[in-house]
Design a protein around this ligand. Structure first.
Ligand code: AMP
Length: 218
């Protein structure tokens, strides 16, 4: 199956996407992860993306569409994939439909994770990660054992992503509302949208997500 995870920053797309892809044997394509990795390696793509990412703004449609066209056409994507963080604009969604149609493929489902803004801000500002293993923590909902260091790397202090700083968080949510939220209607019109409540514990959200996906499969 080919699935899109749609929803605001901080709703849990990364966590849920990783689990879903892992359980089903599908490829997880997280565009934010790919860009952060490219930035860390200082590749051309990474350097181009970094400025926008740090400011909480979107990277250009052309760049993102090329990236996803390439990644979804590789052999490990043929069994199915979960897109986390793409599409983020209507032109990206149209390009995705177009590239799949050219391969006689289509999307099977769009899972829309919803959460109110106060909770999004709380989750994003509490988010921390281990710079070594990338394990995710949250000082409010899932802190590490001592609240400061990684459980698996006791000498390593957890860090906050630059784009999780409070001012940038506000901008990312605004950018989501202006540029990405219109995709809800886009996919609703295509009868592909399945709404999932993103509040509650990750296990409960995952159960709701799986139920929505089962509905889409039958
Ligand atoms: P994420 O990890 O999904 O929150 O993405 C982090 C950042 O990467 C975003 O704030 C954007 O700057 C950039 N990014 C990721 N995916 C896209 C996309 N599909 N279109 C434009 N920018 C993106």
């Amino acid at each position: 199956m080919r699935v899109v995870l749609l929803g605001p920053p901080g709703v849990g797309k990364g966590t849920q996407g990783r689990r879903l892809a892992g359980e089903r044997g599908w490829l997880l394509i997280s565009t934010g992860e790919i860009l952060r990795d490219a930035a860390a390696r200082r590749t051309q793509l990474g350097l181009e993306a970094q400025r926008q990412m740090d400011r909480g703004l979107l990277v250009s449609d052309d760049l993102m569409i090329d990236l996803v066209r390439e990644r979804t056409s590789e052999a490990d994507a043929s069994w199915g994939f979960v897109l986390d963080g793409f599409p983020r604009t209507v032109p990206q969604a149209e390009a995705l439909d177009g590239m799949l149609a050219k391969r006689s493929q289509k999307l099977d489902a769009v899972l829309y994770l919803k959460l109110n803004e106060d909770e999004l801000v709380r989750r994003l500002s509490g988010r921390r990660e281990c710079p070594v293993c990338k394990r995710a923590y949250n000082i409010y909902t899932s802190p590490s054992r001592d609240g400061v260091h990684c459980n698996d790397h006791p000498d390593v202090e957890l860090i906050r992503r630059l784009d999780d700083e409070p001012e940038t968080v506000k901008r990312r949510i605004k950018v989501y509302q202006e540029q990405t939220a219109p995709l809800v209607d886009y996919y609703r019109r295509g009868r592909m949208l399945h709404e999932v409540d993103g509040a509650g514990r990750p296990e409960a959200v995952y159960d709701a997500l799986r139920a929505a996906l089962n509905g889409a499969e039958h």
